[in-house]
Ligand binder design. Sequence first.
Ligand SMILES: *Cc1c(COP(=O)(O)O)cnc(C)c1O
Length: 390
Amino acid sequence: MSFFLEESARLKSLPPYLFLEIDRAKRRAVDKGVKVIDFGVGDPDGPTPDFVLRAMSRFMKEGKNHHYPLDRGNAPFRETIAHWFSRRFGAAVDPDQEVLPLIGSKEGIAHLPLAFINPGDTALVPDPCYPPYKSGTLFAGGKPYLLPLRESHGFLPDLEGIPREAARKAKMIFVNYPNNPTGAVASRSFYGKLVSWARRHRILIAADLAYSEVYFGKEKPLSVLQIPGAKEITIEFHSLSKTCSMTGWRVGFAVGCKEAINALLRVKSNMDSGVFTAIQLTAAEALKNSFRFSEKTNRVYRKRRDLLAAGLKELGFPAKPNPATFYLFTRLPHGQEDSALFCKDLLEKAGVVATPGVGFGASGEGYVRFALTVPEPGIREALSRMRKIR
Ligand SMILES: *Cc1c(COP(=O)(O)O)cnc(C)c1O
């Protein structure tokens, strides 16, 4: 160790990166020449659609788009967002005060606690969950208070079960439906209870809707902002990453409560200078056509989901088809509990990568997550390898 600086307490406070071992094992297998089938990555396998690429090549050539973007974001993009939101959810947001473009929704999610959390404050965080809810809270000096998501409860947090003292100390609550990693969706009645509970306790709702457009049932996933009275206490995060296969472009947006939007904007103004204007204008074009595009990709994910769920069931997993997201989250076959060990074995013996549930939090133990980002032939091959090692 020649490096002389000690890492900050906040960096040291982060939980260990549990996927590191899987990443290493995957690289070892690839180096040995194993044809690894990777259900690990939550990244659409298809390219960004052509009409988006064409828009980008047009906008990037215009010199006026090459300068620092405005902090609050490009006005036509904000108007397109407001229009998209009202068309999709039937709820209104003011493009000037209640919309904020983001460099991907992860950035906004991770920065939000800096706007509201004081050292020692808590944020209510679902468990298992997408890691930035925890790390963003820890970076702000706060403490995540974990809300276990149980399958028997539809992977929804039990709001009534939150102790009064924990609710009193909490400044915000993170919710994420359609949910990563569980694939669960939230009902209108859950959102209704959430809004009245949060209003009663004066807690900001931070809702992550990255997967709002990846769904398979007739009913579209809801926005918290569809509940009367929600907007005063809710900030919602949306992303073009999964919706338009644009993960690498880094563009998303927040909508909702204007005080929260403004506070997040003030944090961001001191950290970054916004999204490349050509990308904002391109994202507006993408949003205008998002419904047609996601209809197509959802048909693809749905077929993969049905194939994988049926195959896993034959192998003894109590797998159920997920109603939304491109994740199939299932309990391990009877008698198995150690998800990290299961995934290690699966990779070493079958060359198949899946993500251990425990990597998303202790309540994910006993489960495994398969991302439906592998085409059907790869799914068939993976199932056949799994049959052989059974
Ligand atoms: C992929 C994902 C996001 C989106 O992140 P971007 O920064 O917009 O690419 C947000 N939340 C969850 C739960 C995700 O899985």
